[in-house]
Design a protein. Structure first.
Length: 434
């Protein structure tokens, strides 16, 4: 809820203004005086209610009430109003970086489940690298490298039109390939921040309910057995199915470093036992590998492909100001995952409720049947496109312009930036702005 505070305030102000128009709001002494056109009765503030459908009026009223009450929500109300309305085949992942303490907070949210929260110290892997620190990177290094890649990429685009000779063209492409390699390496190292918990970024894979329960029981027994040898701890911690799914997202062949990361985390859950994690993690790592392998093999025998996603699976990333600069959608683990991003959780709630309200005519109706994301859709024929607005990507424009113009229902502009009114009209009237 701490993300997008400014944009949430702007949204609340905009909703309030729309409601004033709907209620026949008249200008106050603080407003600009009305001109002749407004005074004649054509002012949009006076006839907005007649132009806006009833369901949309109700939707705006409900949203404004929810924005006003957001700061009063307790945990149960937050779960009901923000988490349980998420379509059942969607996964929300919120990432927040604390650059002062070098910690990354990751939160995974799905309907019907409590938010799963992980605190990932970025230096935890550095401490276990034992001289292999070249693969472990801090945020400041990532930020500097990312800005450098973007700047150099912009520079190559600006002088691309000056490449006239074959040698100049070759040099240009060499530079572009070099930038691609740098970005690929950077994202590989960023994924290393998540270590054995990179599955928290993923959507929902096909799974065997019986086998995942068996994996959970095996994990509980494995960790408790190791702890018992060191501390004679009788009480056993039960690890959640959410954690088990995240571990299994590592796939059939997780790296030793990822397994060690999971081992250290699970052992640290018994922090009151004062066990020696360094000496115990080797046994846990071996046991984890066996449990993960057994799960995937048994699922295959039951005809379940654990590497494939569920139907209509989608991930929504909600990133803070530090993480927004990074193209996380291109992390290796997310390359094949349908992914979007939004500035804050409130915006996701608003769009889900808007879609439900538009289709059902009643924002209060939420059932299991319509909570599968299938009723949240846009028209592929309602499109406005902006192609090569800066005019410097002529080859790209040539490649796509004919295709875009061949669809008679699409509107757009190519080779130039749209005017402000064109943007406003497109955002108001089209389902897709591309």
């Amino acid at each position: 809820m701490a993300k997008g505070i400014h944009i949430r305030r702007l949204t609340r102000s905009s909703l309030s203004e729309k409601l004033q128009k709907l209620n026949g709001y008249l200008p106050s002494l603080d407003d600009w005086p009305a001109d002749d056109h407004e005074s004649s009765g054509n002012h949009p503030r006076l006839n907005a209610a007649t132009l806006m459908p009833k369901w949309l009026q109700s939707h705006i009223t409900t949203l404004l009430e929810q924005y006003d009450r957001d700061h009063l929500l307790d945990d149960a109300q937050f779960q009901q109003q923000y988490v349980d309305i998420i379509p059942s085949n969607w996964t929300v992942c919120s990432l927040t970086l604390d650059p002062t303490h070098n910690d990354l907070y990751a939160v995974q949210m799905r309907a019907g489940e409590s938010p799963f929260i992980l605190k990932l110290p970025l230096n935890r892997i550095v401490k276990r690298c034992k001289g292999e620190q070249n693969e472990c990177v801090e945020y400041q290094e990532v930020d500097t490298e990312m800005k450098s890649i973007v700047q150099e990429s912009d520079e190559t685009i600006q002088y691309s039109s000056q490449c006239k000779t074959p040698e100049a063209v070759r040099e240009w492409w060499t530079k572009r390939h070099s930038l691609d390699t740098r970005l690929k390496n950077l994202l590989y190292r960023v994924e290393g921040w998540f270590g054995g918990f990179k599955g928290i970024l993923c959507g929902q894979r096909m799974e065997s309910s019986s086998q995942i329960k068996k994996f959970q029981e095996g994990l509980d027994k494995l960790i408790h057995k190791v702890v018992m040898k060191s501390a004679n701890k009788k009480a056993k911690i039960e690890f959640s199915l959410q954690l088990c799914r995240i571990i299994l997202q590592l796939g059939e062949s997780p790296s030793n470093r990822e397994l060690e990361d999971v081992a250290c985390f699970t052992l640290s859950c018994y922090d009151d036992c004062l066990i020696d994690i360094d000496s115990s993690r080797t046994n846990v790592t071996k046991g984890l590998h066996s449990l993960i392998t057994a799960y995937h093999e048994n699922a295959k025998r039951n005809g379940i492909d654990t590497s494939s996603n569920k139907r209509n699976d989608h991930v929504i990333l909600i990133l803070d100001k530090y993480m927004q600069i990074l193209p996380l959608e291109s992390l290796p683990i997310l390359r094949k995952q349908a992914t979007s991003r939004l500035p804050c959780l409130s915006f996701l709630r608003d769009r889900i409720l808007y879609a439900k309200s538009k289709k059902l005519g009643d924002i209060s109706i939420v059932s299991d049947e319509n909570n599968a994301g299938n009723n949240i859709s846009v028209s592929g024929q309602s499109v406005y496109y902006v192609l090569n607005p800066s005019g410097d990507l002529l080859d790209t424009q040539k490649q796509f312009e004919k295709l875009f113009k061949s669809n008679q229902n699409w509107n757009g502009i190519a080779g130039a930036a749209p005017m402000e009114l064109q943007c406003k009209d497109a955002l108001l009237s089209k389902d897709i702005y591309m």
